[in-house]
Design a protein around this ligand. Structure first.
Ligand code: MN
Length: 241
């Protein structure tokens, strides 16, 4: 089993690095060992583009992911910016969508369990249930006036989360603390890392201006690796208390 995970492409947002992401997806066709692709949320950005237009504007990307589905399993975990995807099934239960969208995901590989969450859960903490309908509303009623009112809510994650980042990373660690064999993989913060115990992994983003960006996670045999597409493996390990 070889899993590749990416998150936070933010397709539809001005700074999304769509061309590089398409090139990356194309490259996955060559990987004969690959069994699973996990799209870990905020793949499309319905907070910056109307939900109906966004898929028309990104047909190329969707087509490539569909083609990959003939070879590997594709899992799509919803993020806060594509949270509405979880509700598609309720709206049209008779329609067979090409992707299954889930709130979180667990994949087992022998003695190892990989757990995937987008990561807004770690930001919102106790307010999570209150935030879910708000995330959905944001996906629906994207408008310039709402963006103005929202203000800070839409700031770049690195600015918006700068005082919260340590807490978010600790909450992610809490998910797997004292659970041998479990690895938590999340995104949301646009700050890719693997911790020193190699059981907490952040997949980063594909947004211009973030550094590093265009990152992806590879999971094989219980070992996470972090790469920059067309760049180096990121070998630094972050200590989280
Ligand atoms: Mn997010």
């Amino acid at each position: 089993m070889k899993i590749i995970t990416v998150s936070d492409i933010h397709l539809g947002a001005e700074k999304s690095n769509e061309p590089a992401f398409i090139e990356f997806l194309d490259s996955l066709h060559e990987d004969k060992k690959l069994t699973d692709l996990v799209l870990l949320g905020d793949i499309v950005d319905m907070w910056h583009r109307d939900a109906s237009g966004i898929f028309l504007e990104n047909l190329d990307t969707i087509r490539i992911i569909r083609e990959l589905q003939s070879k590997i399993k594709v899992h799509w975990v919803a993020g806060n910016h594509d949270y509405h995807l979880l509700r598609l099934k309720n709206r049209a239960p008779h329609y067979h969508y090409p992707f299954e969208f889930s709130e979180s995901l667990e994949l087992k590989d022998g003695a190892h369990t990989y757990r995937f969450m987008h990561g807004y859960e770690f930001e919102y903490g106790g307010e999570l249930e209150f935030m879910k309908p708000i995330m959905e509303v944001y996906c629906h009623v994207m408008s310039d006036s709402l963006l103005m009112i929202a203000g800070n809510f839409h700031a770049k994650p690195q600015e918006r989360l700068k005082d919260l980042i340590e807490d978010i990373q600790k909450r992610a660690l809490d998910e797997v603390r004292g659970k041998p064999g479990q690895i938590i993989v999340f995104g949301h913060t646009h700050q890719p890392f693997i911790n020193s115990e190699e059981n907490v992994v952040n997949s980063g983003s594909w947004v211009d201006g973030e550094s590093p960006n265009n990152t992806y996670v590879e999971l094989m045999g219980g070992k996470p690796k972090l790469f920059t597409f067309k760049g180096e493996e990121i070998k630094i390990r972050k200590v989280i208390a």
